[in-house]
Design a protein around this ligand. Structure first.
Ligand code: PHE
Length: 467
């Protein structure tokens, strides 16, 4: 079959789409809270080092592999891997992982949409009430929100690479930056905001432990959308003449800058409203921050700025989170969709219809595993506690398989595809790359310590999570 693969129309289109994937809920809430709890500036330094020295090489390898193969992960691994079983397995994992992660991300996005809807319709006081969130997740109303989110994602994806993903990113990403800056400006103008900045930025190296370091790596890895086949797929939509290396650096920079900037909003907001907050007591979980803590902060604001203004601020926040989540969801659903299109030579519409149905089904299972349906809620048990379907998906795919996918990528580049091929691929569109110290660093790190670190993370997770 003559392949006329669609490509992004410009480098900017690619950068915005990949940044759209990378910038997500993890940046807005996960990162700022983790930084504040774990040593402020000290955490920021470690995180930035992981982005540059570990994640960026992996990111460029994924993009390069995708562009070389001109296929999504399944076919990319099997073709460049000469059909060997072990590489086909790597390709299969890089296709199923995004599908499974999409379900838990979808559940959270659906809740965000619910909260957005409630804030816009004047119900900020309702969603801020104690216990609202635990009732909210045990209510079938989520189905309406699920339909809405599924529609938005599919309307974007059905347009394909240029008219869908690229066009949406070109509108949504600038909107996201503007909303973020507006909220930062607003929060910093509140009294007492500076106290939050102190906890966020002043380094405290005594907080850095093994598990903090491990957490920083996991956060950086997830935030840059690694190990999910996304960058292989987006790389395959990159034109031969485009410069992957510079684009990859810009995507990593944008993602890190957004995470950093989000901290300038999140922490000062918390401390402006609750000046006595002890950073240690902040919840580690993004979910409880977004849904239980933030609405209360916005409601408290209404004492000084009035209910309507507070509702507007809350709506902008949830819209920001929604936009960040949608562009990530689009990228992650594109992976299994494009694989299906390739493997079965199916039209985009048909592949999307199948994918959307399967995903909706699994999302319902995951969303009802918070108490609505007992067999999904008490699905299984390991490591001494009972686990829901949502927990299992999270533990298996997010915590365990993501680092494994990174490890397989390194082994693939080292032993099958060869590092000289990676260099040749990354040099197209950037002729200075071939003999640069950066190329040497990437080849060295991907062949040596990065896979070792990922193997250790993987082994540690398996041993501590499941036994
Ligand atoms: N990078 C996203 C975040 O930080 C994670 C993600 C990407 C999730 C793509 C799903 C799909 O939230």
């Amino acid at each position: 079959m003559a392949t006329s693969r669609e490509h992004f129309s410009s480098k900017l289109g690619f950068i915005l789409a990949a940044a759209g994937s990378a910038v997500g809920i993890g940046n807005l809430v996960g990162f700022p809270v983790a930084a504040t709890k774990n040593g402020g500036g000290a955490f920021l330094i470690i995180y930035a080092a992981f982005v540059v020295f570990i994640c960026l090489p992996l990111m460029l390898a994924e993009m390069g592999l995708g562009r070389r193969a001109q296929h999504s992960p399944y076919k990319a691994y099997s073709e460049l891997g000469a059909g060997l079983k072990r590489w086909r397995l790597a390709g299969w994992l890089a296709t199923i992982t995004p599908f499974m992660i999409a379900t838990f991300y979808m559940v959270i996005t659906v809740w965000i949409f619910g909260y957005l809807f409630q804030s816009v319709t004047g119900n900020l006081a309702t969603i801020s009430a104690d216990g609202y969130f635990s009732d909210f997740i045990k209510n079938y109303n989520f189905i309406w929100y699920l339909i809405a989110v599924t529609l938005v994602v599919n309307v974007i994806l059905v347009g394909g690479v240029r008219q869908g993903i690229e066009r949406a990113s070109k509108i949504l990403m600038p909107a996201l930056f503007i909303m973020l800056l507006l909220l930062v400006g607003f929060v910093l103008s509140l009294d007492n905001a500076v106290a939050g900045l102190k906890f966020y930025l002043v380094p405290d190296f005594s907080k850095i432990t093994g598990s903090v370091i491990n957490g920083a790596l996991a956060q950086a890895f997830f935030s840059l959308s690694l190990g999910m086949g996304i960058l292989i797929t987006y790389g395959s939509y990159f034109r031969r003449s485009d410069d992957i290396v510079t684009s990859g650096k810009l995507v990593a920079l944008t993602d890190t800058a957004v995470a950093f900037t989000a901290g300038l909003m999140t922490l000062p907001a918390i401390f402006a409203i609750y000046p006595e907050t002890n950073p240690e007591s902040l919840s580690e979980s993004s979910v409880s921050m977004i849904f239980s803590f933030f609405p209360k902060i916005f409601l408290e604001l209404s004492v000084s700025i009035g209910y309507v203004a507070a509702s507007i601020a809350a709506s902008v926040f949830f819209l920001l989170a929604f936009v960040a989540a949608i562009t990530s969801l689009v990228s992650i659903i594109e992976v299994p969709t494009s694989s299906l299109m390739e493997k079965r030579q199916m039209s985009r519409k048909r592949a999307l219809a199948i994918m959307a149905s399967l995903l909706t089904l699994l999302t319902v299972v995951a969303a009802t595993s918070f108490g609505l349906i007992p067999i999904f809620t008490e699905f299984t048990s390991y490591a001494g506690s009972s686990k829901s379907v949502f927990d299992v998906i999270y533990d298996v795919f997010y915590d365990t398989i993501l680092p494994l996918n990174g490890l397989l990528l390194c082994l693939f580049v080292r032993y099958r595809w060869r590092r000289s091929q990676l260099t040749a691929e990354l040099s197209e569109g950037n002729s200075d790359y071939t003999n640069s110290w950066f190329a040497r660093y990437i080849n060295f790190s991907i062949g040596t310590f990065i896979p070792v670190i990922l193997a250790l993370v993987f082994a540690n997770t398996v041993l501590t999570k499941f036994f």
